[in-house]
Design a protein around this ligand. Structure first.
Ligand code: FAD
Length: 278
């Protein structure tokens, strides 16, 4: 064996067996329907906090040809743009083609990650403002887990109001744990100061604040609770991530306050992304 061979073998990195493979570094199960996980980040991947990518696993072999195809789904990147790894926050759909398998990943396993980030929940799609509202239901918290850890969020706004609505209290845990960790975050802890307001609500299980955020905005409860006058296009900006129905309802509410929907190419007062299709 030549010396060169020895060096090559000793330093050899594991050869990815999947296209665009990344390695799972940690997994945390929050409830029987929700988990989060972290994976290695491709060296070349640049993204804006709030964007999403396609991730997945290889599908089952075709019964006749034995060929396997990648099974990919859209996922918001839950970690901020500066993080060395990538974090995701996922539903477990019991008969879901991807998540029925993805929920079983372990550290050391590989997933497929297509390094082409896109999305509208980005600072570039909003006009400057004073107050930023982040409205999430369910796993719609994921892009905001990224934006809440992004310094730009606190540089651009005087106040950030993070609302998260779930059916049950345990479904708030991932978001609550993240929000609580921010004060001690070495990078943004001091920037946050008292700028961040967390406003969790549940619709089914009893909790200190019950109800849909749309209703609580419309009847003025949120404004009374937070001691603010209301939402205005002069000062307030919004980002929305939830089910199709939620997104539609909150768009109506925001438009009722005079806010207009923006896009990457046309920044305005609020932006919307689906948390899932269907
Ligand atoms: C832009 C975008 C970003 C997304 N980001 C995330 C994310 O960060 N985390 C995440 O878990 N999912 C996210 N999704 C949904 C994701 O793409 C998949 O639908 C999900 O992983 C389930 O995949 P599946 O193959 O198991 O089931 P699918 O066949 O994709 O879905 C089966 C059914 O499960 C329900 N469902 C799917 N996803 C969810 C969900 N997140 N919450 C509640 N019900 C759901 C729907 O009713 C859907 O019809 C996102 C979707 C879009 C369009």
């Amino acid at each position: 064996m030549t010396e060169q061979n020895v060096v090559t073998q000793t330093d050899a990195k594991p050869v990815p067996t999947l296209p665009d493979a990344q390695t799972v570094t940690s997994v945390k199960h929050w409830t029987d329907r929700l988990f989060s996980f972290r994976v290695t980040r491709p060296a070349s991947l640049r993204f804006r906090s709030g964007e999403f990518v396609m991730i997945g696993l290889m599908g089952d072999p075709h019964p006749e040809t034995g060929k396997q195809k990648p099974l990919l789904r859209a996922y918001s990147i839950a970690s901020p743009s500066w993080d060395e790894e990538l974090e995701f926050y996922s539903i477990k759909v019991q008969d879901g083609p991807l998540t029925s398998k993805l929920q079983h990943i372990q550290p050391g396993d590989q997933i497929i990650l297509r390094p082409k980030p896109v999305g509208t929940l980005v600072h570039d799609a909003l006009l400057p403002g004073k107050r930023l509202w982040l409205f999430a239901t369910g796993t719609g918290f994921a892009p905001f887990a990224s934006l809440l850890r992004e310094p730009e969020t606190y540089e651009k706004f005087d106040q950030i109001i993070m609302t998260h609505t779930t059916r049950d209290v345990a479904e708030l845990d991932y978001g609550r744990t993240l929000v609580e960790s921010l004060a001690d975050d070495p990078l943004i802890g001091e920037m946050i100061g008292d700028k961040l307001v967390y406003y969790p609500t549940t619709t089914r299980e009893q909790s200190p604040k019950m109800g849909r955020i749309t209703n609580l905005l419309q009847d003025g409860t949120v404004f009374k609770d937070l001691g603010i006058d209301g939402i205005s296009a002069d000062t307030d900006r919004g980002m929305v991530c939830g089910s199709l129905e939620f997104n539609k309802d909150i768009k109506d509410v925001l438009e009722g306050f005079g806010l207009e929907e923006g896009a990457n190419s046309d920044p305005k007062h609020y932006v919307v992304e689906k948390a899932f299709v269907g």
